[in-house]
Design a protein around this ligand. Structure first.
Ligand code: NAP
Ligand code: SF4
Length: 677
């Protein structure tokens, strides 16, 4: 079969071995790699992705010693006894013709444990533990530990190792003046700062021989003050090549950087040009990374020669069969990663197993299984939001006869609102994916159809899944029925909004609506890359001389005056995702949105909104009030316990629980229920 993605599918010959295509599943900590008893699950997780066609997989980070732990008792490989569980993983991947590297990660001062060490004793802003400065002896021992770990990985059947040298972990801490303030042979000029990384590569190469992949993940753009310049990055890349690496991978931004690098508002392939600049100076194959999630983007990078391979971690959590779908021209069937971080990185930071919002099977391959049904049932799903679509498509995939009822003229529910928020354009992809799945799995879709219980009973369904979602909670104060009071749903559907706006409620939607109102309406396009760099202060020059690639951010004057408020006295937005909440807070702050907490809402008048703060009444002279005060469940279809019904009724998603309504729970609930029926 011919495909438009010839570059993605081209094998990469490394001399001693060949990778079957150009797609790398990048390292992503799932939490399964930290405990040996979870390795059967880890093997199933990687095995499914290998079966799905990926060429090369890189595991989550494994430490070479105790000092390098990211978390207490994190995954370590430094004894022969550590090998056995890893063999399950390498076997599961090799069975499908893919290659796999074990990532060796020493967290340095990012370790969330008391034994942390670094180049210099400077505490990181993201760990409470101050590191001890590594002595010469400690450095030399650590080099040996890396080499020993790599040789154990080789014995475990890995095709190679990746050395994590970016994102602000130990080797990055040595590479940059941001942390390395030593004046011995491991500090000072770049030739000294890179010595540790270079010696590690040499020691590993000597130990494992020539026929073993050594990939180095290098920070191409530190995005922290006193970070490296592009000239320094190139010096390091060339030295690593000389020391014996096989592949050079891209890292962008330290974890402590205050510039987003992977969230959904970062334009696709935002950092590829920095990788392309480094590629000009080395001859080993180079891997591009960050916000590459669809084949068009990946193919373009490869076709333009900007990189030799493309790395995706989250997109392969979202869809294990990404490569096979690309190879067989079924791109419209790809379940696209929307870069929300909600179920992957946010879980990792809470010490929970990583999975995926749009694919609840990720890392649960042995637990959430969709088995073909032996008894075909007639199933009604009421509500075409993500909960309903998830339930309907999984049930139909299993062989049931499914009808999906949707009162509106399109499916998507709350995602139809989210997709118009600036920086959330990826939500279109989820709706597209489900629409295609509805068609492929044979779900009968009845749009513009508001069903009632009598009709459902009359049609003889065996099971009814109520996924009727939510309605926005109304504000109930004096004057709140005035025309200038709008719900968030009305605003996101295009209602006219004035120049001075009060946003009531500062949950995820209050933040989203504020961001929406900061841009001219109906600008439902991803942000222009140069404009994005300018707003966040990223040096657009690929051969940047600025330290860490940082520039002064330049933000246009806001087009509206916005007050965002809540009744609680806690800081606004603390309930937002750990890895994305700070981006939303920074965005609103940059655009001068006034954040108010401890607010009591009193009345709406022609003059504006009366509120009470610190015991004083205050008038906010606003012309529009947008209510983002949460939601209420719509569940009138659910029978009472005393009602006699022919069908079994189930309730999922926002209809079941509007508090903490979220898409992650909705999609998982739909899939879990459908897997059992
Ligand atoms: P939410 O997070 O529950 O926030 C509701 C807001 O309304 C709170 O700020 C609350 O603060 C206020 N509120 C609650 N009852 C009120 C009342 N009777 N009168 C006035 N204010 C009231 O809900 P949401 O913002 O609607 O978001 C819904 C869900 O969508 C979220 O839980 C999230 O999972 C998902 N979401 C996530 C994101 C994201 O960025 N990750 C974005 C959008 C949506 P006070 O009680 O302090 O006033
Ligand atoms: Fe992508 Fe969100 Fe899934 Fe993470 S949870 S893999 S960011 S869609």
């Amino acid at each position: 079969m011919t495909t438009s993605y010839a570059n993605i599918l081209k094998p990469l010959h490394l001399g001693f071995t060949t990778i079957k295509n150009r797609v790398v599943m990048g390292s992503m900590h799932t939490g399964l790699e930290d405990r040996f008893y979870n390795y059967p699950k880890l093997a199933a997780y990687f095995g499914e992705r290998a079966k799905g066609g990926v060429g090369l997989i890189i595991t989550g980070g494994i430490s070479p010693n105790r000092q390098g732990w990211l978390l207490p008792a994190g995954g370590t490989m430094n004894h022969l006894g550590d090998i056995a569980p890893h063999r399950l993983v390498t076997h599961a991947v090799h069975k499908h013709g893919a290659k796999i590297l074990m990532q060796i990660l020493h967290a340095g001062r990012y370790g969330y444990q008391p034994f942390v060490v670094s180049a210099s004793p400077i505490k990181s802003p993201i760990s409470p533990f101050k590191p001890r400065q590594m002595s010469e002896k400690n450095i030399l021992q650590t080099i040996d530990d890396y080499a020993h770990t790599a040789s154990l990985a080789q014995k475990a059947g890995y095709d190679g190792v990746e050395i994590m040298g970016s994102e602000g972990y130990l080797l990055n801490q040595f590479l940059s003046r941001h942390v390395n303030q030593r004046d011995d042979r491991w500090g000072g000029e770049i030739e000294n700062r890179m010595r540790f990384a270079v010696e590690i590569v040499k020691a590993i190469r000597q130990k494992v021989g020539e026929k073993f992949i050594i990939c180095f993940r290098l920070s191409m753009l530190d995005l922290v003050h006193d970070g490296n310049t592009m000239d320094e990055v190139i010096i390091v890349a060339k030295a690593l090549e000389k020391a014996g690496i096989t592949l050079l991978n891209t890292g962008i931004g330290w974890h402590e950087a205050r510039i987003p690098t992977i969230v959904t508002s970062v334009p696709r392939a935002a950092f590829v040009d920095y990788t392309a600049e480094v590629k000009k100076h080395v001859s080993v194959p180079v891997i591009a990374s960050n916000r590459i999630n669809m084949p068009e983007t990946a193919e373009k990078i490869l076709a333009e020669g900007k990189a030799d391979m493309v790395q995706m971690a989250r997109p392969l959590l979202a869809d294990a069969f990404w490569v096979n779908k690309t190879a067989t021209n079924r791109v419209d069937e790809i379940n696209t990663c929307i870069a929300c971080n909600q179920a992957c990185l946010d879980h990792t930071f809470k010490n929970k197993r990583a999975t995926c919002l749009v694919n609840p099977r990720a890392a649960y391959e042995t637990e959430l299984v969709y088995i073909k049904t032996k008894k075909v049932k007639k199933i009604a799903v009421v509500g075409g939001g993500v909960a309903g679509m998830s339930a309907a498509t999984v049930a139909a995939e299993r062989g049931h006869q499914v009808t999906l009822f949707e009162a509106a003229n399109e499916v998507g529910g709350q995602f139809n609102l989210a997709k118009v928020v600036p920086g959330k354009e990826e939500f279109h992809e989820t709706i597209r994916y489900f629409k295609v799945q509805i068609e492929k799995t044979g779900v009968e879709l009845r749009l513009n159809t508001k069903v009632n219980r009598e009709q459902l009973e009359r049609e003889g369904f065996d099971e009814v899944i109520v996924a009727t979602g939510v309605i926005p909670r109304a504000l109930k104060i004096q004057g709140s029925d005035a025309p200038q009071v709008l719900s968030y749903a009305e605003v996101l559907k295009g209602a006219a909004v004035g120049q001075k706006v009060a946003v009531i409620g500062a949950g995820g939607i209050g933040f989203d609506v504020s961001e929406y109102l900061l841009k001219p309406e109906h600008q439902a396009q991803p942000q222009d890359l140069n404009e994005w760099k300018r707003e966040w202060g990223v040096d657009p020059v690929v051969n940047y001389m600025s330290e860490g690639g940082l520039e002064r951010p330049q933000v246009d004057a806001p087009i509206r005056e916005i007050y965002l408020m809540q009744r609680k006295t806690t800081p606004l937005g603390i309930g937002l995702g750990k890895t994305s909440g700070w981006v939303h807070r920074a965005q609103l702050k940059k655009h001068a949105v006034k954040m108010m907490r401890g607010v009591q809402y009193k009345a709406v008048t022609d003059e504006g909104l009366w509120v009470e703060m610190d015991g004083h009444d205050q008038l906010l002279r606003v012309d529009t009030i947008v209510v983002c005060a949460g939601q209420e469940s719509v569940k009138d279809l659910m029978p009472k316990e005393s009602d006699k019904t022919l069908a079994n009724y189930h309730i999922i998603g926002g209809a079941k629980l509007a508090a903490e309504l979220d898409a992650k729970r909705a999609i998982r609930e739909g899939a879990e229920l459908a897997a059992k029926l």
